[in-house]
Write a protein that binds this ligand. Structure first.
Ligand SMILES: Nc1nc2c(ncn2[C@@H]2O[C@H](COP(=O)(O)OP(=O)(O)O)[C@@H](O)[C@H]2O)c(=O)[nH]1
Ligand SMILES: [Mg+2]
Length: 310
C-alpha cells in the first residue's frame, strides 16, 4: 500500500468514527509524528462543525466533575461528545490522570463519547498544537461537542482553553483572597464564570466579588461574562452553564472571533514547526559550545533559521 493510500484509508475510518482508527490517530498526534500531519491535512476539509468548549480553572475546582456532568447533559440532547483532558503530570502528583479517568468511567461504554487524557510532560512547546489537533481529529470524527479540560496553572494550558469557541472558567468559594488570588491569565479568557461547589460557604461572596470585577473590566467585544453557580457533583446548574456558553456563541460575532482565535493558534503551530527543525541534542551541543565561548549564540540561531529556509 502506498503512503497516500494508507493515509486516506485511515482518514476514511476516522470519518466513519471507528474507535481504533481514532485512538491510533490520537497517539500519532500526541507523538507529533510526520504521519499525523499528513493525516490532519486530509481530515481538515471535513472539520468546522464541532463546537469546542474550553473548561479551565485551578486544580480541584471540580472541572472533571463538571465536564462529566456536561457530558450527561449533552448526551441527553443526543449529542456526541469528545473530551480532551490535559492533565498536569508533576513528579509529585501522579494520580490526576487516573482520578479523571475513574470519574469519567460512567461514559466509557458509550460509543458517542470519546475521552482522551493527555500528559503535559514531554510536549516542549507543542502542548497547545497537539491539543488543538486532537480537537481537529474529534471534529473530523463528527463529534458534536469537544470539551477541553485544562488546569489553569501553566501559560500553555490557559492558552489552550482560550483557543476554544467558548471558555468556562471554574472557580470555587473559599479560595482565600479569592479573585485577586486567581491568575490574571485565567480571568482574561473567561466567557462564562462557573462558581462550582456552591454548596460550600462563600459562594455568594465570590459571586459579588466577580460581579464587582466585571463591572470594572471592559471587554473589547462588550460581552459581559455570565456567572453561573453550580454543584457539579450533584448535576446542579449544568443546564444553565451550557445555556450560558451557547448564548456566548450566538452573539453573531463568530467569524471575527474565529479569526482572532486563529492568531495564537497559528503562532503556536509556527513555533512548533520551527522547534521541530532543531533537535534537543543539537540545542544541547550548541549550548555547551556557547558556554565554552567557542560559538556565538546569535550566529547559531541565524544558522538554524537559514536551515529552515532551505
Ligand atoms: N462540595 C462539592 N464538591 C465537589 C463539587 N464538584 C466536585 N467536587 C469535588 O471536588 C473534588 C475535585 O474534583 P475534580 O472534578 O477532580 O476537580 P478538578 O481537579 O478541577 O478536575 C472531588 O473530590 C469532587 O468530588 C461540588 O459541586 N461540591
Ligand atoms: Mg480534572
Amino acid at each position: 500500500m502506498t503512503a497516500t493510500n494508507h493515509i486516506s484509508e485511515w482518514a476514511e475510518a476516522i470519518l466513519l468514527r471507528q474507535p481504533r482508527a481514532i485512538a491510533k490517530a490520537a497517539t500519532a498526534i500526541e507523538n507529533r509524528s510526520a504521519e499525523s500531519e499528513a493525516l490532519l491535512r486530509v481530515l481538515w476539509p471535513h472539520t468546522g462543525k464541532a463546537v469546542v468548549f474550553g473548561i479551565t480553572g485551578p486544580p480541584g475546582a471540580g472541572k472533571s466533575t463538571f465536564v462529566s456532568a456536561l457530558i450527561k447533559e449533552l448526551r441527553a440532547e443526543s449529542k456526541s461528545v469528545a473530551v480532551i483532558a490535559v492533565d498536569p503530570t508533576s513528579p509529585f502528583s501522579g494520580g490526576a490522570v487516573l482520578g479523571d479517568r475513574v470519574r469519567m468511567l460512567d461514559h466509557h461504554a458509550d460509543p458517542q463519547v470519546f475521552i482522551r487524557s493527555m500528559a503535559t510532560r514531554g510536549h516542549l512547546g507543542g502542548l497547545a498544537p497537539a491539543t488543538m489537533d486532537l480537537a481537529v481529529l474529534a471534529d473530523a470524527a463528527r463529534f458534536d461537542a469537544v470539551l477541553i479540560e485544562t488546569v489553569g496553572v501553566g501559560q500553555d494550558e490557559v492558552e489552550i482553553a482560550g483557543m476554544a469557541d467558548a471558555t468556562a472558567v471554574v472557580l470555587v468559594p473559599g479560595m482565600g483572597d479569592d479573585v485577586q488570588a486567581i491568575k490574571a491569565g485565567i480571568l482574561e479568557i473567561a466567557d462564562v464564570f462557573i462558581i462550582n461547589k456552591s454548596d460550600l460557604a462563600g459562594a455568594s461572596k465570590l459571586e459579588s466579588e466577580l460581579q464587582m470585577m466585571l463591572s470594572l473590566a471592559h471587554r473589547p467585544d462588550n460581552w459581559v461574562p455570565p456567572i453561573v453557580k453550580t454543584i457539579a457533583k450533584e448535576g446542579q446548574g449544568i443546564a444553565q452553564s451550557l445555556s450560558a456558553l451557547r448564548s456566548f456563541l450566538s452573539q453573531g460575532l463568530l467569524a471575527d472571533r474565529a479569526a482572532a482565535r486563529w492568531v495564537p493558534r497559528l503562532e503556536q503551530m509556527w513555533k512548533e514547526k520551527i522547534g521541530s527543525c532543531v533537535s534537543r541534542q543539537q540545542i544541547k551541543e550548541a549550548a555547551a559550545a556557547v558556554a565554552r565561548r567557542d560559538r556565538d549564540p546569535y550566529e547559531i540561531v541565524n544558522e538554524w533559521f537559514k536551515q529552515i529556509r532551505n
